[in-house]
Ligand binder design. Structure first.
Ligand SMILES: [Zn+2]
Length: 441
């Protein structure tokens, strides 16, 4: 049993001072208000938030940070640079990179990650001896650094979509495919869950999974009670191709195949029609916005407030990791809305915290995460209130003022994995530099 004494804690009812959070076997056993610290308590200074979820990650994209800006370009030219890195990925380099990136996430205050994983096989699509070795590399990486993970194992079958239909995989994309949705489902069934590991399902996009296969993935997700994620309408080009071939939007296609449910998370949801927003709201699905990626890739600004008003829950992800900072993501949603609407306060502070925490946990299949409350998983993030950025901002201002560097302590499943701004693996910058050098050689 470990007890954390919090100078301030953000509880479901608001911010409270001097709170003791009693944990046992990874869960919160009790939350005691107005109690002084006792001998043996782990003291968490500043303000303690519930764990923050990174709802959408491709860990290996971290190797591209800062490297794709020289020649301008667009989403598609960025994708070519990303594909160049995949040639260097094998179980060893994939593991080392994920380990370093997950450690960076923990330092920033992310306690859970949804890893959208599609680099399944060796060059040319050849199976490794264990066809799940790449997914297992991600799970080991998460376990070793102490982050909670939902492995979103991704079905990827086609090379793209045009008005004439799906095109074959190119030589890079062959690694992503299991050949059929049935083979994908069978492989995913062989992955095991653990206390801090969930297995989820994903459709890469309507570009990469034809209509008949969407149903197979949807049914497999429902059967396994797995969360289902899908990239949706990040680019106008995807909408145009979908309209051209199917005569409907990507959202309408997913709805028609029964893929929109409360367990579904659509990632980006940038270019949506009124009808799309209505469908997502009626389904009570989740939309995972990735503001730092969407601005980096010039994707556009998604309709966050309109989705929220329609009944869609919003979550957040750092996607390609141009930035790993949960505070920057959550501010991104609010600030992009302000720029578009010419109004401030588009979301209440409590709604912003739900995006960063509760909704992200729900999106990743952790229905018992995202709150500092009895029975929930014991994931906590302490943020200092006396840094040059946060000084004077107060406990309520922390989401508007803090950055990742203001996170001092991080607890996942009752284990303290970041202490006073340091992760147990040591120099995370060095880990990242070495892991990135190995895939950029
Ligand atoms: Zn993505």
């Amino acid at each position: 049993m470990t007890t954390f004494w919090c100078e301030h804690a953000v509880l479901p009812g608001g911010v409270r001072r001097s709170v003791r959070v009693v944990t046992d076997r990874g869960r919160i056993l009790d939350v005691r208000l107005d109690e002084p610290a006792e001998v043996g308590d782990t003291r968490l200074r500043g303000v303690v938030l519930p764990g923050l979820a990174n709802g959408h990650s491709h860990a290996f994209h971290r190797a591209l940070r800062g490297r794709t800006h020289d020649d301008g370009g667009n989403f598609w030219s960025w994708r070519d640079a990303m594909y160049a890195v995949t040639h260097r990925l094998d179980p060893e380099t994939y593991h080392a990179l994920a380990r370093a990136v997950f450690a960076e996430m923990l330092l920033a205050g992310y306690t859970a990650v949804g890893e959208f994983h599609y680099v399944h096989h060796a060059a040319g699509g050849r199976l490794y001896d264990d066809p799940n070795v790449m997914g297992k590399a991600l799970i080991s990486a998460a376990r070793e650094v102490g982050i909670r993970i939902t492995l979103l194992d991704t079905c990827y079958l086609a090379g793209g979509l045009t008005a004439g239909g799906h095109v074959p995989l190119d030589h890079v994309q062959e690694r992503f495919s299991d050949g059929s949705a049935e083979a994908w489902a069978e492989r995913v069934e062989r992955l095991a869950e653990e206390e801090t590991v969930r297995i989820g399902a994903a459709v890469h996009s309507v570009r990469a999974v034809p209509r008949d296969d969407l149903t197979v993935v949807g049914e497999a997700a429902t059967r396994g009670e797995r969360p289902l994620h899908v990239h949706l309408s990040e680019q106008p080009g995807e909408n145009l191709a979908c309209e051209g071939f199917y005569g409907c939007s990507p959202t309408e296609l997913l709805a028609g195949e029964g893929l929109l449910t409360p367990s579904t998370t659509v990632v980006h949801a940038t270019h949506l029609s009124d009808r799309d927003i209505e469908l997502l709201g009626t389904a009570r699905s989740i939309a995972c916005f990735c503001p730092t990626t969407e601005r980096d890739l010039a994707d556009g600004i998604g309709p966050a407030r309109r989705l929220h008003d329609a009944g869609v829950r919003l979550a957040l992800g750092s996607d390609q990791h141009a930035v790993i900072d949960p505070f920057e993501e959550v501010r991104g949603v609010e600030m992009h809305e302000r720029l578009e609407s010419l109004e401030r306060g588009r979301f209440a502070g409590a709604d912003l915290l739900d995006m960063a925490s509760l909704n992200g946990y729900r999106s990743l299949g952790w229905d018992d995460g995202g709150r500092i409350a009895t029975g929930h998983v014991a994931d906590l993030v302490a943020v200092r209130l006396d840094s040059p950025r946060t000084a004077g901002a107060g406990t309520r201002g922390v989401l508007y003022a803090a950055t990742a560097t203001d996170v001092t302590d991080v607890v996942v499943a009752g284990e303290q994995v970041v202490v006073d701004g340091r992760h147990s693996s040591g120099d995370v910058g060095r880990l990242l530099a070495d892991a990135i050098a190995a895939v950029r050689r």
